[in-house]
Design a binder for this molecule. Structure first.
Ligand SMILES: [Zn+2]
Length: 147
């Protein structure tokens, strides 16, 4: 049975918003802070908002685990941002700085970067290491999410 409403977590304040599923692409705004729920690119993930996006949201979360010293990560950053504009609003994209957020990087046993992990309702469903162009990120994520 298709869900008729979805929990969408605000990219700015991490509040859970309940949206009718058929209004997902309609440019909804956060009921608490008023910010647009989509369109601002990947969310900067940290210890205070990670679990909301990974577990509380009904949308799959695609995380780019990166670090500032990593050349391939820097190269992939514009591709990941471009992928966000294609994968939203069916998915949320976020970036996790593995140097700043070592506990989360450790929880996912990140051994090389960039690594992308697709998470749905708190569960890892796919992972891929190495930089990819935007088109490859989009097709890999859609296939992995079964969408
Ligand atoms: Zn908000």
């Amino acid at each position: 049975m298709p869900q008729d409403s979805l929990i969408v977590v605000c990219p700015i304040c991490a509040t859970s918003n309940r949206l009718p599923a058929d209004r997902l692409g309609a440019g909804g705004k956060c009921g608490k802070c008023g910010h647009a729920l989509f369109g601002a690119g990947p969310v900067t993930l940290n210890s205070s908002n990670f679990d909301a996006h990974a577990s509380r949201s009904d949308l799959p979360l695609l995380v780019d685990f990166w670090a500032s010293w990593c050349g391939p990560c820097q190269q992939m950053a514009p591709a990941f941002t471009a992928a966000a504009s294609q994968l939203e609003p069916q998915m949320r994209l976020g970036k996790l700085d593995t140097e700043a957020e070592t506990a989360i990087a450790g929880r996912y046993a990140i051994r090389s970067i960039p690594t992308m992990i697709l998470i749905r309702k708190g569960r890892e469903i796919a992972r891929q290491s190495g930089a990819m162009p935007a088109s490859a990120i989009v097709s890999w994520a859609r296939q992995a999410a079964g969408a």
